[in-house]
Design a protein around this ligand. Structure first.
Ligand SMILES: *[C@@H]1O[C@H](CO)[C@@H](O)[C@H](O)[C@H]1NC(C)=O
Ligand SMILES: *[C@@H]1O[C@H](CO)[C@@H](O)[C@H](O)[C@H]1NC(C)=O
Length: 605
């Protein structure tokens, strides 16, 4: 790409000679033998990556998929005119990131040493994937085997592309991009294709890697895959299916929508399809998702908890209001997450995203967040669920899920975008601290998948009451005597390499600039790196509530470990200009999409 910066070239050549000399003379602990070009600390890391990662870019041979998805006739064409991307000059949205000051040399050295340990762990994982599971969906971290669970298009490879780029692993990135060129989206290892997972992992991964590197093959493959996913909207009312039947879709017969789905499934297609329209200039992908988001927008005020949608919705009848179970963690999460993120991605030009975001952020605060009764009386918040009875009364269930831990970061991001300091600086921090607390209280330093606390009536005062706590604990069937005080259950005590807690810690660091989040990130990383370590990579652990080392593990490593968890750890300990939240907005799989620039108008690709 033409973004090579010439002005610093000569200076860099002499500097490179000098640093090369110092490099060979210095302790090897600070350097990776595989990274050949080192960065001058005074150059912003984002600029260095752009230069270093793009040198002699794109020599890869592209092979097109064996089936052309865009040649399949559309059975149910969109009624009326295709909806176009919102037009006009993107708005200058309020700044998301804290105004960081330069760090001291000592602070930098300490942070860089930590960051290197994270990159080294990623490298170990990548090398094992490359050796034992190349082009497969997942590496099995205990046996060294592999698994294809996402149609067999190398899910881990595609999901980890942008992490390779961000970590400056040039050779590995080039090799992986070359491999992407050979992926065949005309064949699937499964009879059906999971719309949600394919969209967030594969399409999100390709688009972000393209946004960062500009390699044309990545956009070509994103388009091939986007055309496959577009078939998922070829239904009677243009509402998306949950699973695409591969053969039916190829035959162009149109698809039949499932009767009931979880809300996150149709609600988490907007960012990727919109970005694909922005990058290709073809509005059809945006048209497809905008019709779905209009259904959610229309129903938002008339549900049993106005502002929130029930967990189960029907795309068959376009009913997103009838249900009475509500939550913001598993099954619902990214429906909410994508609202403020869409506002950023379309440069504030579609007012419905601001409106929907503000409505849900107000309503979720009242319905789900509670202060737990804790022995140290810590002022923090946990995230529960709610159900509404026949009389319309809502009850809180104080059950938290690791999946819900992204919420703190959303109040951080949304709080800045909509200039609500109470959301960013108060709620966002308290919610993030709730998840940090769940990690730090466990004897292994890792947070469980699902747990309960005893809720306090008031958020202002919450005195520790041992007797009330014991009573509450006995009422719970799953209570266990060994849990730390303050926890009434750990219904699912696993840690399966999930990212949501570190995701919020990363966002809150960028939003508030508070050093305590980098410290929390490091504590979480050391605990996770220790407990999940295997000979080849990292594995899910079965019980984080008992420190019986070595911990029992599962032969299981999801692609999000490389795509999200390790990326967020790394970014939390990187200079804040690397993937700045004022330049990028991340999809729910931690894939950064470039935000439109307000100053010059139009989109910068
Ligand atoms: C796929 O089909 C579309 C529509 O018929 C056509 O425009 C496009 O060139 C085809 N792509 C390839 C790679 O053949
Ligand atoms: C993790 O920590 C425990 C307890 O300190 C220790 O016994 C164990 O060896 C560590 N495991 C790894 C892989 O570092």
């Amino acid at each position: 790409m033409a973004r090579l910066q010439r002005r610093t070239r000569n200076a860099l050549v002499s500097l490179a000679l000098l640093t090369a000399l110092l490099y060979y003379l210095s302790p090897s602990s600070l350097h990776s033998s595989r990274t050949s070009t080192r960065r001058d600390p005074s150059e912003p890391e984002s600029a260095w990556l752009q230069r270093h990662m793009n040198a002699n870019a794109d020599t890869s041979h592209v092979s097109t998929s064996s089936f052309n998805w865009s040649s399949v006739p559309v059975k149910y064409p969109p009624p009326g005119k295709l909806k176009k991307l919102p037009s006009g000059r993107p708005l200058a949205l309020p700044k998301v990131q804290f105004d960081f000051q330069p760090e001291t040399p000592e602070a930098r050295k300490r942070r860089e040493a930590r960051r290197k340990q994270i990159r080294d762990l990623f490298r170990k994982n990548w090398e094992s994937y490359r050796k034992y599971a190349w082009m497969k969906d997942a590496l099995q971290p205990l046996s060294g085997g592999f698994k294809d669970q996402f149609s067999g298009w190398a899910a881990t490879l595609v999901d980890a592309l942008d992490t390779l780029w961000i970590m400056g692993m040039r050779e590995e990135f080039d090799e992986a991009v070359g491999a992407v060129a050979g992926i065949d989206f005309g064949k699937s290892s499964s009879l059906t294709v999971n719309m949600f997972e394919t969209n967030i992992r594969y399409l999100g991964g390709l688009l972000a890697a393209y946004d960062l590197s500009g390699r044309p093959v990545l956009l070509q493959k994103a388009r091939e895959l986007g055309d496959l996913l577009y078939k998922g909207f070829d239904t009677k009312h243009r509402m998306p299916v949950d699973f695409i039947n591969f053969e039916q879709a190829q035959a162009g017969e149109g698809l039949m929508v499932e009767g009931q789905v979880v809300s996150a499934s149709p609600g988490t297609l907007s960012m990727e399809m919109t970005r694909l329209s922005q990058l290709t200039g073809d509005p059809k992908y945006y048209d497809a998702v905008d019709r779905v988001m209009d259904v959610f927008a229309k129903g938002q005020g008339s549900t049993k908890i106005p502002g929130l949608w029930p967990i189960y919705v029907s795309m068959l009848t376009q009913d997103v209001v009838a249900g009475s179970s509500f939550g913001i963690a598993g099954c619902a999460d990214s429906l909410y997450e994508y609202l403020p993120k869409m506002h950023a991605l379309v440069g504030g030009l579609d007012p419905k995203y601001e409106k929907m975001s503000k409505l849900f952020m107000e309503a979720a605060d009242k319905a789900f967040f509670y202060r737990p009764m804790l022995p140290g009386e810590d002022d923090l918040l946990m995230i529960g669920t709610a159900s509404v009875n026949d009389y319309g009364d809502a009850t809180l269930d104080a059950e938290s899920e690791h999946l819900g831990c992204f919420v703190g970061g959303i109040y951080g991001l949304g709080g800045r975008l909509f200039q609500r300091s109470d959301w960013a600086d108060d709620l966002g921090q308290k919610l993030t601290k709730g998840c940090i607390y769940a990690y730090q209280s466990m004897p292994t330093g890792m947070g469980p998948e699902r747990w309960n606390n005893a809720p306090c009536k008031s958020r202002e005062r919450c005195k520790w009451d041992e007797k009330a706590f014991e009573d509450e604990k006995r009422m719970r069937r799953e209570w266990s005597t060994h849990l730390p005080k303050g926890f009434t259950t750990a219904k699912d005590p696993r840690y399966i390499l999930r990212p949501e807690a570190i995701e919020s810690v990363f966002v809150m660091y960028r939003v508030t600039g508070r050093q305590e989040y980098q410290e929390a990130a490091w504590d979480m990383f050391t605990a996770v790196a220790n407990g999940t370590a295997t000979e080849y990579a990292n594995a899910a652990v079965l019980d984080v509530t008992k420190a019986n080392y070595p911990l029992r593990q599962e032969d299981y490593m999801e692609s999000f470990w490389l795509a999200e968890t390790l990326k967020y750890f790394y970014l939390a300990l990187s200079p804040p200009d690397l993937i700045s939240l004022d330049e990028f907005v991340l999809n729910t799989e931690a894939h950064p999409f470039r935000r439109p620039k307000a100053s010059r108008g139009g989109h910068q690709l």
